[in-house]
Every structure is written in structure tokens, then in C-alpha cells.
Design a protein around this ligand. Structure first.
Ligand SMILES: Cc1ncc(COP(=O)(O)O)c(C=O)c1O
Length: 363
């Protein structure tokens, strides 16, 4: 084929997701394996969401509500903003793509932390942007260095809070200093995919009515604390002017009918949310204790995952863990060739992970 593919598209390394359980079981002939690789909710979906899905099944011959009316109303109410300030997406990934499509043209610049969630870089590169990757300061975002990288061509800055994969948070004070240094033409995107798990009282949380007076977009997802990763629903909170621009590039039925119904029901399920967050906090404590007992180097996190320094190639540890029926994530693609990332699982899954890691590291 003699296709004229743009160089910037050829240059992209495709996103590699956590290995699916089915794939592991197929390839290795293993039963009862566990996955702690994609920061999912080990409790499963909220029961209320499942009930809403059941009710929605008989209407699947209809298109979804393209305006997402009911879900948007509910998100707006829960966050104390107006429906005009909310855009829903097929996962928050979809909103990241829309933001880049709406605000960035080839040659413009996008600032991202490094390492952080890989989709910021991929979406910006796909749009032909120049990506300014700003290394972390230790494991935390270096907001000072990020502000210093702004030029007249900068269109977007991504702030991941808590940061994936390091689990660190940005404080409110540091963020306000950062915002004060930015010129008016830059849109700041604060990705709060894991915000429900953050415990630090000084942690930044955006999306308040006051934030709607500045070029700031808050991203949230139903994939983590709400347990709906497979349905793909996320949302953004932003000034109505910015939301209007995203609606210009949004696909007409970007969030399917079952996802809309389930997400709206999950927002009402406070009990499930509390159980999910408690499970993560308790699980982190017991995993930290286990790592201490093994004298294993690890990094405490404000999220539902944390990094472990395995002091040897992470890709090899990943492979050996697969043979134990445990899927973890190698952090090589994130620039940490000796680190793995795991998310908190159910108690029994956490114990199984610890046993498997002991076996692998002693082998
Ligand atoms: C920081 C961050 N943002 C966004 C996402 C994407 O979430 P969604 O499932 O809503 O597309 C992820 C998924 O892992 C993530 O880690």
C-alpha cells in the first residue's frame, strides 16, 4: 500500500492497556488468575448500576439520549454546577480527545507531566501538537517547571491529580501559585480520575463553581471508584463556553444508553462508593505492612494503586507474576524500568499478590 501517513501518526507508540484476565488464562492455561494492573474496582460494579442496566436492556433498539440529559442533570447536581458546565464522554479518555481536538491545531504546544497518564501525550501527538514533557520532581508534579514551559503557542496543560502512576497529589496552594503564573490563552485540564481515594487534606480538588470563572477543566471518571470501567463513562466540568466548544467536536451518541443509566444510578449509590474507598484505604495499609515485612521498597500513594521498586527488570517480574496467575503492570513504558504498579484488590487478592511476589523475588 502506498499510503501517505503523516509522520506524527507513525511516531505514536500505541497505548498498551493492562493485560486482560481472559488473555492470560488463554495463553498460560491458568485458572482463577487475578488482575491488579488497571486500577479497576475489585468490588465489581455498584448494585444500583446493575439494576439500572437491567431496566435499560429492553430499550437497546433505541439510540441513547444524545444530550445525556438525565446523567448530566445528576452530575451537575452532585457537583453543584449547572448542566451547561458538564460534558460526558465515552470514558474520560473521550474528553481528553475532545479537548485536544477542540483546542489544539498542528504546531501548537501541549504540556504534560512525565511520567503521567499516557493518553495526554498520545492524544496531543495525534493532533500534530508539540508535546512539552516536564519531568516529575521526585514522584510529584513539578508545577513550577510546567508553568515555565508555557509559550504563546501553548494551548493545553494536563495536571493529573492524583498522578498516575506515582500516586502523588498537588496541593491547593501549589496549584493556585501555578494558576497565577499562567497567561489567559492556556486551558488547564485537571484529571481527577482517582480523586475519591485521596486522603491528604491539602489535596487540590477542582470543579467548584469558583473554578468555572477560569479556563479550567476538571475530568472525572466512573471507571475507578464507581466500578464501571467496562461501560466507559467519564465527564468534564468546565465553563459553559468551553463545554460549547467540546459539543462541536463530540460524536452525537458518544455515551451509550446503558452507560448513561448505570452512571446515573451509581452516583446515587453512596454506600458503594464509601465501601470502595474504604477497601482501598484498608488494602493499602495491609499491602504496605506486607511490603515492610519483605523489606521491599515501595512508594505510598493517595490513589488506589502504588509503585514498587523490584530492583530488577520490571518486565521480567511482570512475566513471572503472570505464571503465578497475577497480572501487575510493568512501569517500563512510563520510564521506570525497575518498578511495577499494582492496584488494591480484594483482601484475598492482596494476600495472593504478596505470596506471588515473594515467590517471584526469591526465585
Ligand atoms: C489518570 C487517568 N485519567 C483517565 C483515565 C481514563 O479513564 P476512563 O476509563 O474514564 O477513560 C485513566 C485510566 O486509567 C487514568 O489513569
Amino acid at each position: 500500500m502506498k499510503l501517505m501517513i503523516p509522520d506524527h501518526i507513525r511516531a505514536i507508540s500505541p497505548y498498551v492497556p493492562g493485560k486482560p484476565l481472559e488473555e492470560l488464562e488463554r495463553e498460560y492455561g491458568i485458572r482463577n488468575s487475578i488482575k491488579l494492573a488497571s486500577n479497576e474496582n475489585p468490588l465489581g460494579p455498584s448494585p444500583r448500576a446493575l439494576e439500572a442496566i437491567g431496566k435499560g436492556l429492553s430499550s437497546l433498539h433505541r439510540y441513547p439520549d444524545g444530550a445525556g440529559h438525565d446523567l448530566i442533570q445528576k452530575i451537575a447536581r452532585v457537583n453543584d454546577v449547572a448542566p451547561e458546565n458538564v460534558v460526558i464522554g465515552n470514558g474520560s479518555d473521550d474528553i481528553i480527545a475532545m479537548l485536544v481536538q477542540a483546542f489544539v491545531r498542528p504546531g501548537n504546544r501541549v504540556i504534560v507531566p512525565l511520567p503521567s497518564f499516557l493518553m495526554y501525550d498520545i492524544a496531543a501527538t495525534a493532533a500534530g501538537a508539540v508535546v512539552d514533557r516536564v519531568p516529575l520532581d521526585g514522584l510529584g508534579l513539578d508545577l513550577t517547571a510546567m508553568a515555565e514551559r508555557v509559550t504563546a503557542d501553548t494551548r493545553l496543560i494536563f495536571v493529573c491529580n492524583p498522578n498516575n502512576p506515582t500516586g502523588t497529589v498537588v496541593t491547593r496552594a501549589a496549584f493556585e501559585n501555578f494558576m497565577a503564573r499562567l497567561p489567559d490563552h492556556v486551558v488547564v485540564v485537571v484529571d481527577e480520575a482517582y480523586i475519591e481515594f485521596a486522603k491528604n487534606p491539602d489535596c487540590l480538588k477542582t470543579g467548584s463553581p469558583a473554578d468555572l470563572t477560569r479556563p479550567l477543566v476538571t475530568l472525572r471518571t466512573f471507571s475507578k471508584a464507581y466500578g464501571l470501567a467496562g461501560l466507559r463513562v467519564g465527564y468534564g466540568i468546565m465553563p459553559a463556553e468551553l463545554a460549547g466548544l467540546l459539543h462541536r467536536v463530540r460524536l452525537p451518541f458518544n455515551v451509550n444508553a446503558l452507560a448513561q443509566a448505570a452512571a446515573a444510578a451509581a452516583l446515587d449509590d453512596r454506600d458503594f462508593l464509601e465501601r470502595s474507598v474504604r477497601l482501598v484505604h484498608d488494602g493499602l495499609e495491609s499491602l504496605y505492612t506486607a511490603m515492610d515485612c519483605m523489606e521491599q521498597v515501595y512508594f505510598k500513594s493517595e490513589s488506589n494503586f502504588f509503585l514498587i521498586d523490584v530492583n530488577q527488570p520490571a518486565d521480567e517480574v511482570f512475566e513471572k507474576m503472570l505464571r503465578q496467575g497475577v497480572i501487575v503492570r510493568s512501569m517500563r513504558a512510563y520510564g521506570y524500568p525497575n518498578y511495577i504498579r499494582i492496584n488494591v484488590g480484594l483482601e484475598e487478592e492482596n494476600r495472593r499478590f504478596v505470596r506471588a511476589l515473594e515467590t517471584v523475588l526469591q526465585s
